[in-house]
Write a protein that binds this ligand. Sequence first.
Ligand SMILES: [Zn+2]
Length: 352
Amino acid sequence: MPIVPDSAVAYCRFFSCAIALLLFVVSSLAEPAQSLSILGESIQPGVRQRLNLDYGAAFLGDSHTTPVIVAHGTGQGPTLCLTAAVHGDEINGVEVIRRLLRQTDVARLRGTLIAVPAVNWLAFMQGSRETPERRDINRYFPGNPENDYASRLTHILFEKVLKPHCDYLVDLHTATLKRSNIPHLRADLGNEDVRRLAALLGELPILWGDGSTRMLRPQAVRAGITAVTLEFGSAETIQADMVDAVARSLTTLMQRLGMRDGQPPRLGRQELFKKAVWLRVPEGGLFLSRVKTGDEVRAGETVGVLVNFLGDEEVALPSPVDGKILGLAYDQFVLPGYGVAHVGSRDGTDAP
Ligand SMILES: [Zn+2]
């Protein structure tokens, strides 16, 4: 599979993606795509098909499955995989995938788009972050066929869909309950291929990090898939503006990968945060924010206050670093140690 050359990123930034990717696209067009064997089906070029990934018997003894939508293009190109609802209540990504598939003309597609819009199917159906066993499956990759349900689910997804088929993976998430994130990537920029992929999503800021070991993203990278996480918005809701913006970013990514026609915008300078620091409350109370997500703050600047709602005590909560508010809690009652703001810092380890 052709990997997008490093020079493509530079050309996208300084000249034109159309020029930069010309050789890549021309080489992709030279030969038609072959049929694709996936989940026991053979999908012909130019066909979009819904398949079912079988997770085994659930409560009533019937098989439960989650949809896998495959759009297999007529021209050769990379396979881009999209996953959403790994946390079942994070549904913005489900709608992003629907819009992207709706806008994809498979007859003109080069390469293949594979989407798993509701990875954690039972949790998605319950509107819950975790499985019915209260497991966060994003701590269970790459899974284990002999262990518990979370281990089996992640193993089936990883071995049957992701590992054998994906060149690129964008895993779509939101902030956890009662928090909101600005759209941003989480990516291990120490990996050359990941760095190039993140650069091709240049409209989005990057938070550099390799993630917890058993998350999908680092395990995918370890398996040879070029993977990033895309965070945006809040759980339990569909946020139309953010969904539109992220769907546009992914359309642009497909253009830059040579999968879709169209002239992507030139890349500007991409914001890079080398780390993010949680602002945690020293004790419980009512958190009231004084900033918005995306605001720039200075170290020591008040991000919010903690109010003792039975009295008149009010404690200012200073930002721990200079940076940008990547994630922010809603105004709410909080317990001691609750993370109310995730502040992206441009200082830290050396940039790649
Ligand atoms: Zn998540």
